[in-house]
Design a binder for this molecule. Sequence first.
Ligand code: ZN
Length: 195
Amino acid sequence: MTRDEIIKLLETVGAIRTGHFELSSGRHSATYIQCALVLQHPQHAEKLGSAIAAMFKDHHVSCVASPALGGLIIGHEVARGLGVRAIFVERDRSGQMALRRGFELKPGEKTLVIEDVWTTGGSTRETIGVVEQEGGLAVASGAIIDRSGGRLELNVPAKALLELDVPSYEPDECPQCRAGDTASRPGSRFQRAQH
Ligand SMILES: [Zn+2]
């Protein structure tokens, strides 16, 4: 998939929207990203998974690991594309990321870590930590969107299908607020992208 095809798909389903938004962090942005809105369509999820799988086929992994919940569906589809299994890490009762449900890694098993969106990459870093703690070998990491603005720091090779530079502002510094516009909360009110 080309960059334009990916952007068009994400905009068509409302997974990328333009407007004036109050994000869950409280910051304001002209762009809202919610990958669940594209991954709710299995045919789109499969296509994106296949495109990510193609970027990592030379790593010859035998497992894909993802942080729940955001990475779960796309991790599964990347694994489908690579013909390997997909496992996920999730928080245990103490709040630590862990492998549960009987998931196991073989000693030194080459594993690809997949996430939906990188903002800081924190969940991906935690997942890499769990893979290594469980005896596996995290060899690379992929995502649908990297919105870190080049600030992603992972200790494995990392590549996203789409890199987006998405500025956000504290409300009192937001250019759209200064222009007299009111931000909306995208999680509670749907605003279709103007395309
Ligand atoms: Zn604003």
